[in-house]
Design a binder for this molecule. Sequence first.
Ligand code: HEC
Length: 153
Amino acid sequence: MRSAFWGIRMKSMVLLSVLIFLLSSCSLVDRNVTPGPYDRPAPAKPKAEPVPVVLPDISGGRIPSFKEVQDSVLGPACYQCHTEATGNRGGVNLETLQNIRDETEKIFLSVGFDTMPSRRPPLSEAEKQVLFTWLDAGAPENEIQPKKPSPAE
Ligand code: HEC
């Protein structure tokens, strides 16, 4: 009778473990245990620090470079929609000097009347000044230093 006895034992053991498994996976068992002192702390979420944008110097008639305007204005405010990778929205690509020069008038109007950036807060006065100063000068590739007044004048 030894084998029959072990048979019953085994069966009840299996049933018991199935029962425990079912219980532990159903909501009767509260698994939202508050962390104890030896639990590993949850990893701290990395904070998305807003990158401060420094506007290029346009004092004294200095004209910023294309790169400066890209880094400070076009990149943060326009490139979500006006690059090859972001879909050239409205058929406008603002990645090349040639395109920008061709669209200068439209850029003046759309930014001047705050229709661009589309569905975003308008550019600040300082940002507009940087962009417009640069466009006014013909969207040069490199910065243009103001001419120093010659002593003869
Ligand atoms: C959220 C997306 C988005 C952003 C950001 C954005 N634009 Fe646009 N832009 C569009 C869409 C969409 C159109 C086409 C439809 C329209 O004119 O509203 C467009 C059209 C334009 C046009 C053509 C307007 C015309 O008269 O045909 C110009 C120029 C332009 N954008 C410049 C800019 C500049 C400069 C910036 C940054 C200061 C900018 N956009 C930011 C989505 C955007």
